[in-house]
Ligand binder design. Structure first.
Ligand code: HEM
Length: 495
């Protein structure tokens, strides 16, 4: 009897401590910024609201007024920032706001097993080494596969149109195939091959892993990955196998074909660094995986969003861009980079719906002060909200919530200058900023330009009539299950 009473009491105590930790931020968290009620982050799991609605209803007011809030996210209390001055300070002071990715934050999770410690998540010497090895290959690449793959995708769309008598097409799976083939060919020296065969085993393996990783319940409570749950155990096995197959494929392509000695690419640079013992096998694998993950997922989100906005503004921006691109060669990436409507549209799409919305992966290495008066204890996770930052009225004026590519300027020089200014003063943080700025920005922009131009030369795009206009409820930001009509253009350009 006494045993059961003791067990009951300790269970109650455990639940009470657990609830206390979830409901109230730690006592040493700043009191001069608002605390978002803990349940807010769970709302999209129970109600049909997307993350832009969640932001507008629960975060916008406090964030725009105070620039920072206490928020419960990913099993812990964090400080979330959206004021450009605070972001600039965080990006500048790498030592105090130290990168601390999933491998440190939730080392026991499937997510951490998947991507490990890589160029995006690492801090200090390891990060500097990765950056030295990988920067060159991420800046100089052969973009030809982007051109070939967009033609393959257009052929698939035409085939689907014929089979389904022009019903609206589900876009996300197609863009995922495009983005995977693009990045594997351009950065990793092999062809994922999903545009030619969407049932290929590596692709099916990846789809399975993505489902396990982005399971909203386990994303919210990652500590559960420590329990012997059969479904999650299978997830760990899947991740292990996928990493092995991926790294073996890349090495085989490069080393067995004796190509890597002659090739200058990010994957051959990584293999050379491994052969020269600059990095070990785990570091090689972690970075190959992150090239595939960041290299396909982020462009996939940005392309999906861009297609949605092209369809939504079909009578204005789509027409203007068609006018610009209808006679040009999609291979001519220099010319694509000079087109005002195409480029201002892409920049506005990335401002309007930043593909990576909430990023919380910095941990304070000492007690510090954000701005003039927000005192943050040591060991606190600090992150930023990109959607909030790029919709902030103080930075973007009263049209912050309107989609207006013209805000970037009318001529390409002004557009490029404004893009740079917005990144430098941190009013736009979609590609991060400072020393840890995204190394794939140039590649992603080239891919977006080629993809949009290639598609618009062959199709007029409209929103599927049945599609419910919603963004994703949590995690990466893009239209949810987007469906579009692709009407073949009569004045199609033959390249
Ligand atoms: C539209 C597409 C993209 C967006 C919006 C984007 C955004 C970002 C963001 C927000 C970060 C900081 C992440 C963090 O702190 O956790 C980042 C870092 C990074 N991104 Fe991208 N990214 C894109 C495409 C790419 C591509 C195609 C690659 C190629 C592999 C890439 C490679 C990287 C790398 C290597 C870093 C780490 C830089 C460092 O910390 O030194 N990104 N990106």
């Amino acid at each position: 009897m006494a045993f059961y009473l003791g067990l009951g009491l300790s269970s109650l105590l455990f639940v009470a401590i657990f609830l206390f930790k979830v409901i109230i931020p730690p006592f040493n968290f700043p009191r001069n910024i608002p605390t978002i009620p803990f349940y807010v982050i769970f709302l999209p799991s129970f109600f049909n609201i997307d993350q832009t609605e969640l932001y507008n209803n629960y975060l916008k007011k406090p964030l725009e007024r105070y620039g920072a809030v206490n928020i419960f996210f990913g099993s812990r209390w964090n400080i979330l920032v959206s004021k450009p001055e605070y972001l600039a300070q965080i990006f500048r002071d790498e030592n105090t706001f130290a990168k601390s990715g999933n491998q440190k934050k939730i080392p026991y999770s499937i997510l951490a097993a998947y991507t490990g410690e890589n160029i995006i998540s690492a801090h200090g010497d390891a990060w500097r080494t990765y950056r030295r090895v990988m920067t060159n290959g991420l800046q100089f690449f052969n973009e030809k596969p982007f051109v070939e793959n967009i033609q393959l995708l257009c052929d698939i769309i035409e085939e689907k149109n014929q089979k389904t008598q022009k019903q609206a097409i589900k876009v996300s799976p197609l863009i995922q195939r495009l983005a995977l083939d693009n990045i594997s060919q351009v950065l990793l020296s092999f062809d994922f091959g999903t545009l030619k065969n969407d049932l290929n085993p590596l692709h099916r393996h990846l789809i399975r892993i993505k489902k396990q990783i982005f399971d909203p319940f386990f994303l919210t409570f990652p500590f559960l990955d420590q329990l012997p749950i059969p479904k999650r155990k299978r997830g760990f096995e899947d991740v292990k196998k996928f990493r092995e197959i991926l790294v073996t494929t890349v090495r085989k392509q490069l080393v067995d074909n004796y190509k890597f000695e002659q090739i200058q690419s990010v994957s051959s640079d990584l293999i050379r660094a491994h052969n020269n013992e600059v990095i070990n096998y785990k570091q090689l694998s972690d970075n190959i995986v992150i090239l595939l993950v960041a290299g396909h997922e982020n462009p996939q989100l940005a392309i999906t969003t861009a297609l949605y906005l092209l369809a939504k503004y079909e009578q204005t921006w789509q027409m203007r861009i068609i006018d610009e691109i209808k006679h040009i060669n999609v291979e001519d990436i220099k010319e694509l980079a000079t087109l005002p409507c195409l480029n201002s549209f892409i920049f506005e799409a990335i401002r309007f719906y930043p593909p990576l919305n909430t990023i919380i992966n910095r941990c304070t290495s000492r007690k510090c002060q954000l701005g003039t008066d927000i005192v943050i204890p040591k060991g606190t996770y600090v992150g930023y909200n990109n959607f909030g930052n790029s919709h902030n009225v103080a930075s973007w004026g009263i049209t912050a919530d309107s989609f207006e590519p013209e805000r970037w300027g009318n001529d390409i020089e002004t557009i490029m200058k404004n893009w740079k200014i917005a990144k430098n003063n941190c009013t736009l943080s979609s590609f991060h900023g400072g020393r840890r700025a995204c190394l794939g920005e140039k590649l992603a922009l080239v891919e977006l330009r080629i993809t949009i131009a290639g598609l618009l030369q062959r199709f007029h795009i409209t929103l599927g009539s049945e599609w419910d206009e919603k963004m994703t409820p949590a995690g990466p930001l893009c239209p949810l299950d987007l469906q579009l009509n692709f009407e073949p253009r009569k004045d199609r350009k033959i390249n």
